[in-house]
Design a binder for this molecule. Structure first.
Ligand code: NAD
Length: 453
């Protein structure tokens, strides 16, 4: 970590120690200012997202700025309630007394964000961390540099620099930040780096949230509404060129409706992406990896690659070998492999054979059976008869399980993530029953057993 970075961190720590972030009204003011400035800078944000990822303004609003605004609205209206100490009941041994659960910010937290939703995934955890009263170092992804610069400008114009500082840089900068002692680390990105984060956090015993990825399946049962399933799968899969952590990674369809579903999906792709452009692949390295994943596969739709613009048209691949790379690694691009199954238990068995996914989607004629299938294996979160939308709510916790992550956020769950709940017992001194003090005679033992036993 450079001298400048050390100074930034020490300034943030002093500011937190001064207690300035404890004031709920001050936190609200910062959140209001952020909201105001996001509105004012909306065009700059959209332009940046277009330049980094080829996103249209509508998609940017739907999947990035709109969701951050929703989160800000939630925290501005709920912060008073969330940050208030809560009463708790007391045990017999604590009579007379009052118990309180006091929400306290962790202190100074490090947020490391990725490039695929570079505005949302930097701002959403940041808003929760501020609402909970923390000071923050935010490290945006170096792969979305235009958005990272806009995020830095937005924050410098909305939040005092001793409260939140943006530190730009690559993996080296990120690693050196991890050598410093933060009070909490919140990381969003791939598993490989997730492991590094966890190891580094262990050195200083720092708690972490890891928002990772994985291979998220879609199951389509024979009695599903095929047209709606096709539309919703195409929406979730090819959004942001498939570079969405909760995008369907592969499709398991019951064999009787395979052909019907493929026809419906191809017609939806043609309708939603008439020019075959669903966005830009972030780097040459990611583009080359995706092109390699398509080699020797049975492409039934799409597969058009433009090396100059680094775009790949929405692609469907049929019956890949389950041992092939495309069925082993997270795809994170606009390629959808399709496998068939005979019985639902077979589809569930296949999913259970892999790591716990971040998301799973079940399309089924009966919502009850859809939920039954969903309850039969472990994953972060998902939908019955839809894709991706489960994350668009401040009322649902969002996070992975097993190799797809640990911890969660969104709405109250974000506040909880960045909060230590301190238990306090408050007692007077007037009454002091001698029951717990030595020496223990026979009668004391008897009363203790009667009261506590
Ligand atoms: P990335 O390469 O942008 O990395 C994420 C962050 O980690 C960046 O800020 C980067 O600078 C930092 N980083 C890279 N190497 C590092 C190192 N050695 N030590 C410390 N920090 C380092 O993003 P990515 O990993 O390509 O992101 C894609 C992955 O993220 C996919 O697996 C996707 O599923 C997952 N993801 C998960 C979520 C979620 O909410 N669960 C959201 C988006 C993406």
């Amino acid at each position: 970590m450079t001298k400048d970075h050390k100074e930034i961190l020490s300034r943030l720590k002093s500011y937190h120690a001064s207690g300035s972030t404890q004031d709920a009204a001050a936190r609200k003011n910062v959140l209001r200012k952020l909201r105001e400035n996001i509105s004012l800078m909306e065009n700059d944000i959209c332009e940046a997202l277009y330049r980094d990822l080829g996103k249209t303004p509508e998609e940017s609003f739907l999947t990035e700025t709109g969701m951050v605004m929703e989160s800000l609205k939630y925290f501005i209206s709920s912060l008073g309630k969330l940050s208030r100490p809560k009463r708790a009941g007391i045990a017999v041994s604590q009579i007379p007394g009052r118990a309180r659960i006091v929400p306290q910010p962790y202190g100074t937290v490090l947020i490391i964000s990725p490039w695929n939703y570079p505005f949302l995934l930097a701002l959403d955890p940041l808003v929760a961390a501020i609402a909970a009263g923390n000071c923050v170092v935010l490290k945006p992804s170096e792969y979305a540099p235009v958005t990272a610069a806009v995020v830095e400008k937005l924050i410098s114009e909305s939040v005092p620099s001793e409260w939140v500082s943006v530190i730009q840089g690559d993996a080296g900068v990120s690693e050196s930040l991890l050598d410093e002692k933060f009070d909490y680390i919140f990381y969003t990105g791939g598993k490989r780096v997730g492991r590094i984060i966890l190891q580094k956090a262990a050195v200083n015993l720092v708690p972490v949230t890891l928002e990772l990825g994985g291979k998220s399946p879609v199951i389509v049962c024979r009695d599903a509404d095929v047209k709606t399933a096709a539309r919703r799968i195409v929406f979730g899969k090819y959004l942001n060129s498939g570079q969405t952590c909760v995008a369907p990674d592969y499709l398991l369809v019951q064999e009787e409706i395979h052909d019907e579903l493929m026809t419906a999906m191809i017609s939806e792709i043609d309708r939603m992406y008439p020019d075959g452009n669903c966005g830009k692949i972030i780097t040459r390295g990611h583009y080359d990896r995706l092109v390699r994943l398509m080699e020797n596969q049975n492409i039934i739709h799409g597969g058009k690659c433009d090396s100059f613009s680094m775009t790949i048209s929405p692609t469907i691949l049929d019956s890949p070998d389950p041992g092939s790379a495309i069925m082993q690694e997270e795809i994170f691009g606009p390629l959808l492999p399709v496998l068939t199954f005979k019985e639902e238990s077979q589809a569930v068995g296949y999913i259970k054979g892999g790591e716990k996914p971040l998301a799973a989607y079940i399309f089924c004629g009966s919502k009850k059976r859809g939920m039954k299938i969903a309850n039969s294996f472990s994953f972060g979160g998902g939908c019955v008869n839809d894709t991706v939308l489960h994350l668009a709510s401040t009322r649902l916790p969002f996070g992975g399980v097993g190799e797809s992550g640990m911890g969660c956020y969104h709405g109250k769950y974000g506040f909880d993530t960045f909060t230590h709940y301190k238990s306090m017992l408050v007692r007077g001194t007037f009454l002091d029953p001698p029951l717990r003090y030595r020496p223990f005679g026979k009668w004391k033992k008897r009363i203790l057993k009667a009261v506590l036993g």
